[in-house]
Write a protein that binds this ligand. Structure first.
Ligand code: 4NP
Length: 167
């Protein structure tokens, strides 16, 4: 099973840390309901990073923190930038938008490019392959909107990993 997943956005203070928290919560729930053993749950390594460096060391955006808290999602990371070792240490690098994916494809050694895909590759068919819109310059309603998108994609990602249908 692919267990090492890096969620990637631009700043690593809004979208990718929220996706990281959502997926960590899904792992805990899957362990509670018996879909994952304790050993399998422990084998996951879930992190997030940004393609930009402006917010390194900073906590998530307060609007993202509020949406996370409302939904009982853990969100306790500090911003960090994607680094060269990420490409071989992670099994999947899931990007929030096409610009993030373009940037990662440019940075990645060729042999690791197949690990890079959009988070919305895991969305339902009508929305597959779209961007998770950048909420940074929007208002708090945009954070609620992206939460719903990310929760849907992360549930599908977990189902796909559990079925071992990942290529
Ligand atoms: P994120 O949002 O990529 O979802 O973390 C952004 C955060 C900061 C900036 C842009 C997007 N910024 O330009 O500083």
């Amino acid at each position: 099973m692919r267990t090492k997943v890096l969620f990637v956005c631009l700043g690593n203070i809004c979208r990718s840390p929220l996706a990281e928290g959502i997926f960590k919560k899904l792992i805990a729930e899957a362990e509670e309901n018996g879909d994952l053993t304790a050993d399998q749950a422990r084998a996951f390594r879930i992190e997030s990073a940004g393609t930009g460096s402006w917010h390194c060391g900073e906590p998530p955006d307060p609007r993202a923190l509020r949406v996370a808290k409302e939904n009982k999602v853990p969100m306790d990371t500090l911003g960090r930038q994607v680094k060269p070792s990420d490409f071989f240490e992670f099994d999947l690098l899931l990007c929030m938008d096409t610009q993030n994916r373009r940037d990662l494809l440019h940075l990645s050694p060729p042999e690791h490019r197949s690990k890079i895909r959009l988070l919305r590759y895991y969305d339902d068919s009508a929305h597959r392959g779209k961007d998770v819109p950048d909420p940074y310059y929007g208002d708090e309603s945009h954070f609620h909107d992206i939460f719903l998108i990310q929760a849907r994609c992360c549930r599908n990602l977990m189902a796909s990993l559990l079925k071992k249908e990942e290529p």
